[in-house]
Design a protein around this ligand. Sequence first.
Ligand SMILES: [Zn+2]
Length: 313
Amino acid sequence: MPYLALTEHGTEKTAFDCRDEFRRDGTRYTTFSCPFCEVGYFAKRIYGEDDEDVGKAPHFSLFPKKPHIGDCNGEPIALEEPKKKDKDVAKRVEKREYEIPEKFVQKKEQRLVLGTPGTSSVAPNGDEIRRRREVFGLIYGNARYTSSLLQTFVKAKNFLVKQAFKEAKEKALTDKDRSRLISDITASYPLELFGQILNYNSAFWSANTVKNGASECIFHAKNGAVRIRSNGFEIVSLAPPGVLNKVTAIVRYDGTADELPKSHQRLFEILRSAANAARHVKWHAYGHMSLDASSGLYTLPLINLDYLFVEFA
Ligand SMILES: [Zn+2]
């Protein structure tokens, strides 16, 4: 399934980048083509929010009866050998049922690689197609499904948990066995957080439970009370009463709300309405949580609004 294309502006994009852009600010490209042989494509599972699509990767498709030219198959030629995987991982890979994002990455800068598609009167020949595929192979290697938005990973995790619940119901599992099934399924899907190799189980951590060590991960909590400040906001999730070893967790953002992409405007809208109505929110935030010396509370300073996902509790 091809995941690379040129847009109508001649910019090279992965299907994953296109979906991030659509979710971030509503950008929607209308024309796609193969970056190698320039045959036309259309977008699959990129523009839409269908829950059923969460378990499948976004990609590009050929139009009927318009195949790639020559040897082109729409994929870059990876010149690097794939890294050897350990046996356990390889075994689990075979069992994976869903295509969900594997790498949390920085938002990519736009790159112009080729001219505007269709402006040259000559279609690329076999040598040129191969050259382009090798160039992209060097850039993308054995590329994996990426995203620069935290919400993509939260939705994928929710999807996996939902599938586990379905399976547990079919098998009439006890609560304990269901919890084990959820852990097993989520742990079998890799998730790399900016180079940190984790999985859909180990990458997520309850914010009200103290995490030893300094590594960054995806913290989550319910019952978040929102406080909007003149220069940002705070979401405070109190420690559950009467539970040992639970702490109050805070997400703090210092920054103003000028000229934000649509997704950040939506985020501020949710936060403002939650604050005004004194409604709690459920949140996920990526970052480093530590004990703040001045407040004496566990605090996660948010460095990027793309790293926060908030829903009404
Ligand atoms: Zn092609």
